[in-house]
Design a protein around this ligand. Structure first.
Ligand code: SF4
Length: 187
């Protein structure tokens, strides 16, 4: 079921002008009640992902799944940004995503300064801003700009973005086009 957005049209248009200015044109507004948070996502982080315990913006350096659900519950308006990319090898993805995430950080800052004090970004990939991650929040080398990904916040990205009308598929290898998503929590 789709829920009504809780941000007036003129305010949305003002923010859309900011998105445009930063070069982000592929996005959808959503009501955060449509963000699906699931325990299975955290299990995938804990068992099968090499970043668990090594990336300071990934589990276990994130809130519990129930705290993540509470976090999303506190918002009434959010935006999903869509990014497409094909890479030849895994390292190429990790060269591309920090650049996009840093640009998104600037966008988050501008939305905050526009009067949205709760503005909070979820990166479109695990935080890879540093070559050598500190591994814990206390040892994060860039805590002002480091953000968790939606997956680190236990978001079932597949279900959530499909519901919003975006494409996403399980990829069998790196030669296939990726569809990646950042979330901007607005208010
Ligand atoms: S900013 Fe650097 S140290 Fe902090 S989580 Fe990201 S990669 Fe790790």
């Amino acid at each position: 079921m789709l829920h009504r957005l809780d941000l007036e049209t003129d305010k949305r248009q003002e923010l859309e002008a900011v998105f445009q200015k930063h070069g982000f044109t592929d996005y959808k507004w959503i009501n955060p009640r449509e963000i699906v948070v699931s325990q299975w996502v955290r299990m995938k982080c804990m068992y099968g992902c090499g970043e668990y315990g090594r990336n300071a913006a990934c589990p276990p350096s994130v809130p519990s799944v129930s705290e993540c659900a509470q976090f999303f519950h506190e918002y009434r308006t959010a935006v999903i940004f869509h990014f497409e990319k094909k890479v030849k090898k895994p390292e190429d993805r990790h060269r591309w995503s920090p650049k996009v995430n840093l640009k998104l950080c600037k966008l988050e800052r501008e939305v905050f300064l526009a009067g949205y004090q709760k503005a909070f970004l979820l990166f479109m990939d695990s935080c890879g801003l540093c070559d050598d991650c500190g591994g814990t929040r206390a040892e994060c080398r860039a805590p002002r700009v480091s953000r968790p990904s939606p997956e680190a916040m236990a978001v079932d990205v597949f279900t959530t973005v499909r519901q919003a009308g975006f494409p996403i598929e399980v990829l069998a290898d790196y030669s296939q086009k990726m569809n990646r998503y950042a979330f901007l929590m607005v208010q």
